[in-house]
Design a protein around this ligand. Structure first.
Ligand code: HEC
Ligand code: HEC
Length: 467
């Protein structure tokens, strides 16, 4: 549509209409997507900006540096053998490259990780895929985890609705800080088993808050380390001496680090949104128009970060030990676990797709190994889950772990139940469409995310650096 064809009829109907139409046309011309109306596809939103992030994208350097060492320090785990970075390592694009993590007791990083040996070895896989942590400082993220069980909630005293209920202390700056209180309380992720150490013992008794709770016991380890005390004094006005230091301070610092280090919004797609059409190849543009058009992806993956922040079932294959649901505990009911509503069964949050090329395997249990595999899933989710090929799982093998991995997928009744919950309409996608969609998904990679090694600290105060 040209300026000429729009203004001509308007002029004949008088000045006011002319003015209104002129404003509309000018708006269309200065809008970032003049192509949108012409081709019926493409995004209908602008680029991500600083103000879309907490603190407008500006973070406190002393807090970030403290958060960085805490994120990599195994002192925050009961048996001093695992850190946040083990499962969210910059080398693995802030995740662990596995379908399901091996938590405390495991050895090594990424695909080389093993379940370890001896009495301290891993006894059970973590039941869900470790998500990447990109752009979680964006204000739009008001709930975290695959099932959204940590959420902003103005009605609760702490400001958050979490599994800890009233135990969660006040003073947590944001939702990432609230989240950071939890991995340390999980026996298989970081705390360790009941008999193994004082943290694991407190966690097994459900003691999180209080002097003998997980959070205070961990803070005590930090108080006992003079270098940490100095770093906390530096970073916080309300930490004068060691006794002031709490796990809440640690969580706030970790959150500041995550927001700063893992903001990642300079991909070719971002450059396109900022007004450079040449940032995307022809194929990526075809894929983009499919994504925001006929393929229906944007029904759920809408907006600049490709998520509606809601929960849906896409009939994703269920693998691994499960979260305790179903007849034998091997299912994962997803969002229903949080809401208690049967209608939310098998729903998981729509993930952001930023840097998705770097964050395989995909889905809440890491069922799909490649972008092509998950895009193919959308041709017909209820059928694809029945045809699922488990050979693509990336699960370091151990007989006593492996035997639980495919219980649900080996049971046609349970597979049918997941298939029946599907909300993603089958999309007609031929080979070229799928290749175009994958090309578009690759345009969401920020080149800086390919090498995040500068985020790894040279050392940590305890000496227990995850590398
Ligand atoms: C043993 C592996 C493991 C360790 C250690 C670990 N995480 Fe995670 N992390 C996960 C898994 C798995 C999930 C998803 C769990 C779920 O949804 O139920 C997750 C989820 C998260 C999320 C939510 C992301 C989102 O998009 O919803 C954040 C943030 C996070 N972890 C940060 C941390 C921090 C900070 C630490 C250290 C205090 C940590 N993690 C330690 C495996 C781990
Ligand atoms: C009905 C909502 C919905 C639609 C439509 C949809 N998705 Fe998804 N998508 C989801 C949900 C929910 C998940 C996570 C499922 C899980 O974890 O089990 C997901 C996961 C993904 C993932 C894996 C991301 C990761 O980090 O694990 C990719 C890639 C993806 N979708 C791409 C697409 C593409 C491409 C389309 C269009 C062909 C599409 N989606 C259509 C809801 C949807």
């Amino acid at each position: 549509m040209t300026l000429r064809t729009l203004t001509q009829p308007a002029r004949s109907r008088g000045g006011l209409i002319f003015a209104v139409v002129l404003v509309a046309v000018v708006a269309a011309l200065v809008a970032p997507f003049p192509t949108h109306a012409q081709n019926g596809g493409g995004p209908n939103f602008g680029p991500v900006r600083d103000r879309d992030y907490l603190s407008n994208g500006r973070y406190d350097a002393a807090l970030v540096e403290l958060g960085r060492v805490l994120f990599f320090d195994e002192v925050l785990s009961g048996n001093r053998n695992i850190s946040c970075a083990t499962c969210h390592h910059p080398e693995n694009a802030t995740a662990d490259a596995l379908s399901l993590p091996l938590g405390e007791g495991g050895v090594g990083l990424g695909v080389a990780r093993t379940a370890g040996n001896g009495p301290g070895r891993v006894r059970q896989r973590v039941p869900r895929n470790s998500p990447a942590l990109f752009n979680l400082g964006a204000r739009q993220f008001r709930s975290l985890f695959h099932d959204g069980r940590v959420a902003i909630d103005a009605r609760s005293a702490s400001g958050f609705d979490t599994p800890a209920g009233d135990d969660l202390p006040a003073g947590l700056d944001n939702i990432l800080a609230a989240q950071a209180m939890f991995p340390v309380t999980s026996a298989i992720e970081m705390a360790g088993r009941r008999g193994a150490n004082e943290i694991g013992r407190a966690a097994a008794r459900g003691r999180l808050a209080g002097d003998d709770g997980v959070w205070n016991l961990l803070a005590q380890r930090l108080r006992d380390n003079p270098e940490y005390v100095r770093l906390f004094q530096n970073a916080f006005d309300d930490v004068d001496d060691a006794t002031d230091l709490t796990m809440v301070h640690a969580a706030n610092a970790i959150a500041e680090f995550e927001m700063d280090a893992f903001r990642s919004d300079d991909s070719p797609f971002d450059r396109f949104l900022r007004g450079n059409p040449a940032a995307l190849s022809q194929q990526q543009r075809r894929g983009m128009n499919l994504f925001y058009g006929r393929a229906g992806c944007a029904r759920c993956h809408g907006g600049a970060l490709q998520t509606d922040r809601r929960f849906h079932s896409i009939a994703m294959p269920q693998v691994g030990p499960g979260t305790g649901d179903g007849p034998d505990g091997r299912d994962d009911f997803g969002r229903e676990r949080v809401t208690g509503n049967r209608s939310d069964r098998f729903e998981f949050r729509t993930p952001s797709l930023r840097n998705v090329e770097l964050t395989a395997p995909y889905g809440h249990a890491g069922a799909y190994a490649t972008l092509d595999a998950i895009v193919t899933h959308y041709r017909n989710p209820p059928q694809e889950i029945r045809d699922y090929d488990p050979s693509q799982l990336i699960l370091p093998s151990r007989r006593y772990l492996d035997r639980f991995d495919l219980i649900v997928m080996g049971d046609p009744g349970r597979v049918a139940a997941i298939a029946a919950s599907n909300e993603a309409r089958p999309a007609r996608l031929d080979g070229r469409d799928r290749a175009d969609l994958v090309a578009f998904l690759r345009s969401l990679t920020d080149p800086a995310a390919r090498d995040l090694s500068s985020q790894v600290p040279a050392s940590v105060p305890s000496g227990l650096l995850t590398r």
